[in-house]
Write a protein that binds this ligand. Sequence first.
Ligand SMILES: Cc1cc2nc3c(=O)[nH]c(=O)nc-3n(C[C@H](O)[C@H](O)[C@H](O)COP(=O)(O)OP(=O)(O)OC[C@H]3O[C@@H](n4cnc5c(N)ncnc54)[C@H](O)[C@@H]3O)c2cc1C
Ligand SMILES: *[C@@H]1O[C@H](CO)[C@@H](O)[C@H](O)[C@H]1NC(C)=O
Ligand SMILES: *[C@@H]1O[C@H](CO)[C@@H](O)[C@H](O)[C@H]1NC(C)=O
Length: 341
Amino acid sequence: MVKARIAVVGAGVIGLSTALCISESLPDCSLTVIADRFTPNTTSDVAAGMLIPHLYPDTPVYQQKQWFQETFDHLLGICNSPEASAAGIQLVSGWQIFKMVPNEKIPFWSDAVLGFRFMTGKEMKKFPQHRFGQAFTTLKCNSPSYLLWLEERLKENGAHLQKRRIKDLWELHSDYNIIVNCSGIGSRTLMNDLEIRPIRGQVLKVQAPWVKHFIRDGDGLTYIYPGVHDVTLGGTRQKDNWELLPDPQTSKTIFDRCCTLEPSLSAVQDINVKVGLRPSRSAVRLQKQTEVRGSKTLLLVHNYGHGGGGFSVHYGTAKKAAQLVKECIVGLEMSRHKAKL
Ligand SMILES: Cc1cc2nc3c(=O)[nH]c(=O)nc-3n(C[C@H](O)[C@H](O)[C@H](O)COP(=O)(O)OP(=O)(O)OC[C@H]3O[C@@H](n4cnc5c(N)ncnc54)[C@H](O)[C@@H]3O)c2cc1C
Ligand SMILES: *[C@@H]1O[C@H](CO)[C@@H](O)[C@H](O)[C@H]1NC(C)=O
Ligand SMILES: *[C@@H]1O[C@H](CO)[C@@H](O)[C@H](O)[C@H]1NC(C)=O
């Protein structure tokens, strides 16, 4: 096989997991992860890292289910190993509650999580404004720990990490055979993909070690996600808003909404505010592309646009992207072979 030089652009959960899958399936390649932000400064660092899918309207549901199932099973394996603590992965049980009974009482991902059931009348008593609820156990990544753990695994496999801002993917043409684009919201300027747009999320990270159960309102707006080091209180979904500075009034309304669901939170003292821009798109872009400029060609694999659910499907999409990279290498070999004849 050709010793291909591969660059992965992006060091959020998508770039790092994609790079790791590539380094495992193509151990003979030279691999570099290039990004202008690494942990703890990416959007992925802001995420609560809960494995609860977010629906992409233009990606087939069976596909989303497969990505979620693969991601869940992969992380459950890590969670059941001595690596769990270093990787920041835990199981967490809780409730998703609805003010109105949803059309789909049983979501497509119900058999991918553990112990999915409807909440009992006794459980619902805690939420007098809600009429229906689902109880289940899922996984949560402590995002900065998980990203750091992925970086460590990559370095062990011989990959290089490079801090650099890319203006145009063609800058990488002479140094790499294949470029994998995992640039998240950066894709808007980098690929000129105007389909990708930010959905701003503001969250509070608080110290409330007595809160062990997650609570999520089915509207997706208000949630309480306990983690190993802190509890994430959310949130907002603000379309086309690029503001990275926290808004104090928004923090107050998030806190009030969460206290309505979990009154014990009003005792919280220490509040840390974070903002991230979800790289939103109607479908995840996961495909090969060949760009031609004059006599030069650039082999690209895209893996971006994971919106509000990047953690939930990252491993499934990373595996698929690694397979696309493998197909590119086979193509490279065939064209070299032809050139020799
Ligand atoms: C408040 C909030 C809560 C969330 N909670 C959850 C959750 O509980 N569960 C879940 O599944 N998802 C959640 N998400 C969504 C999740 O965070 C995203 O889907 C995921 O982080 C996207 O990962 P990414 O790697 O594509 O992007 P990013 O983490 O943004 O990484 C992009 C990378 O590309 C690099 N880059 C971009 N442009 C360039 C350039 N021109 N040159 C060089 N490098 C470049 C950046 O430096 C960065 O390293 C949440 C998001 C937010 C904002
Ligand atoms: C994260 O950002 C801070 C502040 O800009 C910077 O000092 C730090 O070096 C960055 N960390 C990494 C790993 O890039
Ligand atoms: C990645 O793809 C997006 C969308 O096509 C594009 O906007 C962005 O410029 C690409 N990134 C790079 C580094 O080329």
